[in-house]
Structure formats: structure tokens, C-alpha cells
Write a new protein. Structure first.
Length: 116
């Protein structure tokens, strides 16, 4: 799915949901306490840097973008605080980089991992 950023008589500028998902994945990876993202609740499916879109769903309607991401959080941290930070940073960065309205960001904590 493409999200239109601007249109003019010369054409239009659009961004794909995969590009938005990459922004989400890179932003989440920078958040304190996030070990990775995952498609399932299993630690064996942690993402590496080259697979930043796994576990991220982006959809949109007339109200704006809806983003859902599944993360693994480091053990011992306040889960609600980490999720809140991820939610606000993702909404801010996607909005800043694309100019699109963000209607919802859902953060699902699928697992907790002890640090090495």
C-alpha cells in the first residue's frame, strides 16, 4: 500500500508501507530497553539489522496511519515505561519523517530477555 505525501500537476510523492515499517523498526531499535522485534513471542525470531520490518504492521485510513509492532524488552526494566517510550518515539519519528498523521501506535511486548 502507498501513502500519498503530496500531489501536484507534475505528479505525486508516495511512501510504501514497507518504507514506513523500516522507519518504525529502526526507531524502535534505538529505544532504551528494546532488544529487538519479533514476529512471534519466541526469542529465536529476534531481528537483526537487515530485517527491520519483521513484526511491524502498518495500515492507514482517513484518520491516519495505524502502526503495530512486536518487541522484546530487556529483563528488569519497567515494561510500561519502555512501551510508552517506544510508542511516543515511533509516532514522533514517523510523523516527522513522512508528514503523515499517526492515529495509533500499538506496542506488543512479546518476550523479555535477560541481558548477556
Amino acid at each position: 500500500m502507498d501513502f500519498v505525501l503530496s500531489t501536484s500537476e507534475l505528479g505525486r510523492v508516495a511512501i510504501t508501507d514497507d518504507a514506513v515499517a523500516q522507519i518504525v523498526g529502526l526507531t524502535a531499535a534505538e529505544c532504551y530497553g528494546v532488544v529487538g522485534t519479533t514476529t512471534t513471542g519466541r526469542l529465536g525470531r529476534l531481528l537483526t539489522r537487515d530485517r527491520t520490518t519483521r513484526g511491524i504492521e502498518v495500515s492507514g485510513d482517513e484518520h491516519g496511519l495505524s502502526i503495530a509492532l512486536h518487541v522484546v524488552v530487556e529483563h528488569g526494566l519497567n515494561l510500561a515505561e519502555v512501551a510508552s517510550t517506544v510508542r511516543s518515539r515511533v509516532a514522533y519519528e514517523v510523523g516527522r519523517m513522512t508528514g503523515l498523521e499517526i492515529s495509533a501506535v500499538e506496542v506488543h511486548i512479546d518476550a523479555v530477555k535477560a541481558s548477556a
